[in-house]
Design a protein around this ligand. Structure first.
Ligand SMILES: [Zn+2]
Length: 367
């Protein structure tokens, strides 16, 4: 190991058999050839100010930008979201300095949308979405609308999105009720996991979703491939999404119409969200130096009775006080992709991920 010179950097990992350390800003050092490179060796010797030299198993995580200790972001599924119940939540996040990702439906008549949540056809809501985007929040896609769209309507939805937000959606999540969903239902998994999934769901999700099937009236896989970078599939209970899926974003050659997949942690409503970010889980995320991509519906209970949920408020304030990287989903995924080179998932990795998801699904329900 080379001499580090210039004094020992505090709390940095030194990986064996690495023989070079790359200086980072703020007096820290990173293993590997470039700043922010992945720490991916068999074991590390870690220097802790209080404990001295500590041997630990290899870290699965990158060194986050700006000397941040961990990363946290949110994908907000737009179900039941309205200008009235979302605006206070986003004002709160903005004031905390936590910039996240808000999904939208570009299409959907205002009268009909009352039951589902606002769409971009509501001018007041659209104006607010543009403000959010200007403030640094990411606007993402949640299908063209809240109901199934044929190919032409999906294309229209994408065009309208581009018109409103000046770029194609970079990130997208399937809306469970839409049959044009891409690689959804039983197609989320492969091999024996698909057989088990069909058994668990009484085959109700088999061959229903058709967005990836060429020549089907609901097909839009080619648009997805052309315009969208990141699509979410699996959701897990662990706050540290990267611990469960350390190779994301990844390309799956068995699902060719999606460029890259990402996973999430399950915070589907305010109660579940609060359970995931309780103090001890925040401490765990921080200690592990990991990443949480929380999947939620901000329309489900975060603002009710004229006020923000008090537990949510308290826990988010605590999180914001920590040294985390709080940027939108695609910013985190772009960073990870710059580190992993756009990972192509192996059969073993896919099997492991699918088994883990099925196990979690037994406890989490339909995510
Ligand atoms: Zn949805």
């Amino acid at each position: 190991m080379e001499s580090m010179g210039g004094g020992l950097p505090q709390s940095h990992p030194i990986c064996l058999p690495q023989n070079a350390l790359t200086p980072l800003s703020g007096g820290r050092f990173s293993c590997g050839p470039a700043p922010n490179s992945w720490v991916g060796f068999l074991c590390c010797v870690h220097y802790d100010e209080k404990k001295g030299w500590v041997l630990r198993m290899r870290s699965q995580y990158p060194v986050w930008p700006d000397n941040k200790r961990f990363a946290f972001t949110i994908f907000d599924d737009t179900d039941l979201g309205t200008l009235a119940n979302l605006r206070p939540v986003y004002s709160f996040l903005r004031d905390l300095g936590i910039l996240t990702t808000k999904s939208v439906w570009p299409l959907g008549a205002v009268a009909e949308s009352a039951e589902y949540g606002d769409t971009c056809e509501n001018p007041e809501y659209l104006a607010w979405l543009k403000e959010l985007q200007a403030e640094g929040f990411e606007i993402a896609l949640h299908n063209a609308s809240f109901k199934t769209s044929k190919r032409a309507r999906t294309a229209q939805g994408l065009e309208v999105f581009k018109e409103h937000f000046s770029s194609w959606p970079k990130t997208m999540v399937n809306h469970a009720a839409c049959r044009e969903n891409i690689y959804w239902g039983a197609n989320r998994v492969t091999g024996s996991r698909r057989v088990l999934y069909n058994l668990l769901t009484w085959r109700k999700q088999d061959n229903i979703f058709r967005g990836h099937l060429q020549d089907d009236p609901l097909f839009w896989g080619d648009y997805c491939k052309k315009y969208i970078q990141y699509v979410r599939n699996f959701v897990f209970a662990d706050i540290n999404t990267l611990k469960v899926c350390p190779f994301m974003p990844y390309h799956d050659p068995e699902k060719p119409f999606v460029n890259y997949w990402f996973c999430s942690s399950d915070g589907k409503n305010v109660e579940q969200f609060n359970r995931v970010i309780v103090e001890r889980n925040q401490a765990k995320l921080e200690k592990e130096g990991g990443l949480c991509i929380m999947y939620t519906h901000f329309g489900k209970g975060f603002f009710a009775g004229g006020r923000l949920n008090s537990k949510f408020e308290k826990l988010m304030r605590l999180l914001a006080s920590k040294n985390g990287w709080f940027v939108p989903v695609s910013t985190v995924l772009d960073f990870l992709r710059s580190q992993n080179g756009g990972h192509r998932i192996t059969g073993a990795e896919r099997a492991q991920l699918e088994w883990r998801w099925l196990c979690d699904k037994l406890f989490l329900g339909p995510t």
